[in-house]
Design a protein around this ligand. Structure first.
Ligand SMILES: CC(C)(COP(=O)(O)OP(=O)(O)OC[C@H]1O[C@@H](n2cnc3c(N)ncnc32)[C@H](O)[C@@H]1OP(=O)(O)O)[C@@H](O)C(=O)NCCC(=O)NCCS
Length: 148
């Protein structure tokens, strides 16, 4: 597995991964229509647009994208694993890679918004809740931070 920067040729594959994971994993704790809306925000065209303001990274194994993560300043977002690769330590590696980039750039902390599904994952990586759960439209968000 290696981690590299996203390029526009990855948009179709990254979109498919994110939407499949959203539908298979995140529908367990969020309403289906809200998840479908989130999927549309990660269409190939939207991902290309996002990549102009966010730096997106992809984890690749045997030429296949198996995970994504992105940064906007010191905000980490778009962390998604291929649903068949969940629990294999790839998410942790992507987060470590992302955090070390932020640290190299001089940031003292990283921030993110977790959904309910990922809360335990981020806590395991040392993230602390900044404020209690709140609603982001139909989705629940938990703002978190970590000292780098
Ligand atoms: C959340 C997600 C990114 C985690 O990635 P992953 O590759 O499955 O996680 P890892 O295998 O690297 O797990 C790292 C550690 O966190 C723990 N962990 C992972 N998910 C967890 C969870 N939901 N609750 C509690 N602990 C969790 C693992 O047990 C592991 O612990 P260890 O280091 O002691 O072995 C992945 O499950 C995913 O894509 N979920 C759906 C999309 C999503 O919700 N993304 C976040 C948007 S806010």
């Amino acid at each position: 597995m290696h981690i590299r920067k996203f390029n526009e040729n990855d948009a179709e594959e990254a979109s498919k991964l994110i939407c499949t994971t959203l539908m298979k994993v995140n529908t367990k704790d969020s309403p289906l229509f809200a998840i479908k809306e989130q999927c549309s925000e990660y269409s190939p065209e939207e991902i290309k647009k996002l990549s102009k303001k966010r730096e997106i990274f992809v984890a690749v194994e045997k030429n296949k994208i198996i995970g994504t993560a992105a940064i906007e300043k010191n905000y980490i977002c778009s962390v998604f694993m291929d649903s068949s690769m969940i629990g294999k330590g790839i998410g942790k590696q992507l987060m470590k890679n992302t955090e070390s980039i932020l640290k190299d750039r001089g940031y003292k902390k990283s921030i993110l918004t977790s959904g309910p599904t990922a809360l335990g994952f981020y806590k395991k990586l040392g993230y602390k809740e900044i404020k209690k759960e709140y609603q982001r439209g139909q989705l629940t968000g938990i703002e978190m931070k970590k000292k780098l």
